[in-house]
Every structure is written in structure tokens, then in C-alpha cells.
Design a protein around this ligand. Structure first.
Ligand SMILES: [Zn+2]
Length: 380
């Protein structure tokens, strides 16, 4: 192998999705421009990502900061080969492949890619179906622990007498996690009461459920559940099941309004709603998570905090056309610079797609969110 080995260019020119397909990596799910799933070396559930546009992969956990790179590095990582062997696996021996061998490899890669797309589509359909099954089995939230939980969080029944249809109650919600080392197998680690919110797409169809497991003996009313796989660590008390990309929780949409306030969390959105900055003239929607509000951002050197939307992300959330003013609520966060960049990305995308739209970011203050303020007020 020499520096001018033609195979280096050849490897670089391969779509990384083809390399993934040839490696027959299973269990990766397409989310935005990434394939995400368990790391072929260290497992987990979603720590491994392949960015299809940039042609790089990363393992965010055990394999560490060196487990990232291009097509050749991916082959090294998955198959445990050195650079030379990985290059040969990808492009054949240095003397090159015959045209027939090349064509055969392309055919195989294409077949694998189709298979993978099929698996991803079925996984998405199954998760949406599972989310709908959960949603339609829930009961009304009024008079249940959901009301008590919201009251504990400062969302007072006096200020918020009618709970919205998009919030419901499941007295026995199953909390499931993947079995370590077996990404396709799931285990139930808790069954208990949960607040369930409907996450809906642009056509107002339920595509995901957002669940918060409740324990009113805890200061914030949320379940504290130890992670059986990691001593000393706890599992998140909230989970989203289904397909949430581009979807939201619609708490309030008054007729003929043209302003929308959107926060990341259920509690922060409701906190803004009951504060009634703009009574009955404003829609209050919950963006479910920051990544969903931002859409895919442009990546590359120096772009992490630039907040520039990647306009190729065709599945990113956009405000409905009637929104003339869009206000994002920024929560206190461990990385406020990145949070702001993501919100800017979402606003800029919306402004490009909806000419004339006005966009603002409001901030609750360092290290806290709107609900912290509300709870503090109530306790004071
Ligand atoms: Zn790994």
C-alpha cells in the first residue's frame, strides 16, 4: 500500500450506507440523517451512530473518543481489522478487482441496503402501532394521579381547570429497557402509574406517546428508578415510544390565533400556558425534545454552536402556516450554548420555510426552567 493507493479514494467515495450494508449491521434505525443503534463492539441501545451525509461513524460510550471515523475506520471498528486489512476488505487487494467482481459487490451492497431500509420501515411502523395501542388503552387524566402530579408541579387546578385531551392516565404503564448485550430483547423493570401525552404528526395522528412515570413521594413527583444495568445510576422517568420526528404535543390551539409558544417539556409548556402571557390568543405546543425543535443542524468544523439548520432534513418540524410569531422557551441546561444553537436552528429553519415569520427565544434564567420558577413561587 502506498500513499497514492487508488483504493483510498475508492473507499472514500463509497457511500457509508453501502459500507454499513456490506457489514450487515443489524438493529440500526434511521433517525434524521443518521443510522442509530447498538454499537457492534460495546452494545447499548443508541450509542452508535453513522452520519450518512458526512460519512462518519461514532460510538459515544465505552469505545471512547477514538471510535469514530470514515469508511475504513468503520470496517476496522466493526471487524477488528487493522487499516491495511480493512482497506483490502473494502476495496480488494492492491492490484484491484475485476469489473465483474466490482459489479457483484455493488449488487450485494444494494440488496443489503434495501433489506436495511425495509427493517427500519417495519421497526418504525411497529413502534407507532405500539404507541397507539398504549394511547387508546389509557383513561381520562382528571381525578387521577396526573392531576395530583401537575398540582405538585405548581400547575394549579384553579389556574388550569380543564385538563387537555392530549393528557391521559395509565395506572399500570410498563417501563421496559433492552436486555444488555441483546438489543432485540426487552425486559420490564417497573409497572406503575404514568401520565401519558399524545405526540401527533402534522395530520394530528398519534405517532408516539410521551410517558412520565409518577411517584408523588418524590419532591418532583417523578419515579426514581434504579438502572439494573448500572449500579448507582437511575433511569429517566420520562420516555417517548413511537416516531416523534416532526411531531409535537398540542396542549392548546385557540381558533384564529397566529402566535405559538413552544417549550421542550410537558411541565414547562404548561407552566407557560397557565402564566397566560397572551391569554387565549396563543397556541401552546410542546416540542418533546430539543433535537425535534431544532431539526438537523449543519455539521462540520466550527459549526457546533452556529445554529444553522440543515435544510436537507425533510422530516424536521415546522410550524403550521397560520403561525406568524413563533416563541421558543429555552430551559436551563447543562450546555446553554448548545441549547441556544439548537433553538436558533429551529427558528431559522421556520423563517426560511415560512417567509415573514417572526421568531424569538425567551429564557427562564441560568440553570432553571419555567417550571422551577413556578414551583419556587408556589413554595415561597
Ligand atoms: Zn462502542
Amino acid at each position: 500500500m502506498t500513499q497514492d493507493d487508488h483504493r483510498l479514494d475508492e473507499a472514500k467515495a463509497m457511500p457509508i450506507a453501502d459500507v454499513v450494508a456490506r457489514l450487515e449491521l443489524s438493529g440500526l434505525v434511521r433517525t434524521g440523517g443518521e443510522l442509530v443503534g447498538p454499537c457492534p463492539q460495546c452494545g447499548g441501545r443508541d450509542r452508535f451512530g453513522v452520519n450518512l451525509k458526512d460519512g462518519v461513524f461514532t460510538c459515544r460510550k465505552e469505545c471512547g473518543p477514538h471510535a469514530r471515523g470514515d469508511q475504513i475506520a468503520l470496517v476496522q471498528h466493526v471487524l477488528g481489522l487493522d487499516f491495511r486489512a480493512a482497506l483490502e476488505w473494502l476495496c480488494g487487494p492492491a492490484q484491484g478487482l475485476s469489473a465483474a467482481e466490482r459489479a457483484e459487490r455493488r449488487r450485494k451492497a444494494e440488496a443489503n441496503r434495501r433489506k436495511q431500509a425495509d427493517i427500519a420501515r417495519r421497526a418504525r411502523e411497529n413502534s407507532i402501532r405500539a404507541a397507539r395501542d398504549i394511547w387508546f388503552a389509557t383513561g381520562p387524566a382528571e381525578g387521577t394521579l396526573v392531576r395530583d402530579y401537575l398540582t405538585l408541579r405548581g400547575i394549579d387546578p384553579g389556574l388550569y381547570p380543564d385538563l387537555p385531551q392530549v393528557l391521559r392516565f395509565d395506572p399500570a404503564a410498563r417501563y421496559m429497557i433492552p436486555v444488555e448485550g441483546k438489543p432485540q430483547e426487552w425486559q420490564t423493570v417497573h409497572v406503575g402509574p404514568a401520565m401519558v401525552a399524545a405526540v401527533v404528526d402534522t395530520g394530528n395522528r398519534v405517532t408516539a406517546v410521551h410517558r412520565t412515570w409518577l411517584d408523588l413521594d418524590q419532591p418532583k413527583g417523578k419515579l426514581v428508578l434504579p438502572d439494573p444495568r448500572k449500579p448507582g445510576e437511575t433511569l429517566p422517568s420520562k420516555k417517548v415510544l413511537g416516531s416523534k420526528k416532526g411531531a409535537v404535543i398540542r396542549f392548546l390551539t385557540p381558533p384564529a390565533c397566529d402566535t405559538m409558544i413552544m417549550a421542550e417539556g410537558v411541565e414547562t409548556t404548561l407552566s407557560a400556558l397557565i402564566a397566560e402571557a397572551m391569554p387565549r390568543r396563543c397556541a401552546y405546543w410542546c416540542g418533546v425534545d430539543l433535537g425535534n425543535m431544532a431539526g438537523r443542524m449543519q455539521r462540520g468544523p466550527g459549526l457546533k454552536y452556529a445554529g444553522l439548520p440543515d435544510m436537507d432534513d425533510s422530516e424536521a418540524w415546522l410550524p403550521p402556516v397560520w403561525v406568524k410569531t413563533l416563541i421558543f422557551v429555552q430551559d436551563g441546561d447543562s450546555d446553554p450554548k448548545l441549547t441556544r444553537a439548537k433553538l436558533l436552528s429551529g427558528l431559522r429553519r421556520a423563517k426560511i420555510k415560512r417567509p415573514g415569520l417572526r421568531g424569538y427565544i425567551v429564557h427562564a434564567g441560568d440553570g432553571r426552567d419555567l417550571n422551577d420558577i413556578l414551583m419556587g413561587q408556589r413554595d415561597a
